[in-house]
Design a protein around this ligand. Structure first.
Ligand code: FES
Length: 101
């Protein structure tokens, strides 16, 4: 779910061009200027991956590229930080949340 208006006192949120990306094989609407993490959260996904050692869930934590908790696969490239990667039209995003090693 995306915010459409932050407050009655503020103008409606303006978004970039509408795009379609794929998350785990499902087409999803995104907007230019959004990060991969934004799109995942807007789609209700809180777990992006699980830790290798204990299988603990990880998702957005620092939100600024420092912690590496938000790693996903983008267009076949593994270990991309979702919080600092902007979506592009046709991008293929795979979370590791369904994968257990
Ligand atoms: S949430 Fe910390 S690097 Fe992305």
């Amino acid at each position: 779910m995306r915010i459409t208006q932050a407050s009655q006192l503020l103008p409606p949120v303006q978004r970039g061009e509408q795009l379609t990306v794929t998350i785990n094989g499902q087409p999803v609407t995104a907007f230019a200027g959004e990060t991969v993490a934004t799109v995942l959260l807007a789609e209700g996904r809180r777990v992006f991956r699980h830790t290798l050692k204990n299988g603990d869930p990880r998702g957005l934590f620092c939100g600024m590229g420092i912690c590496y908790d938000c790693l996903v696969t983008v267009d076949g490239a593994p270990n991309i930080r979702a919080c600092i990667t902007l979506v592009t039209a046709g991008m293929v995003i795979e979370t590791h949340s369904e994968m257990r090693l």
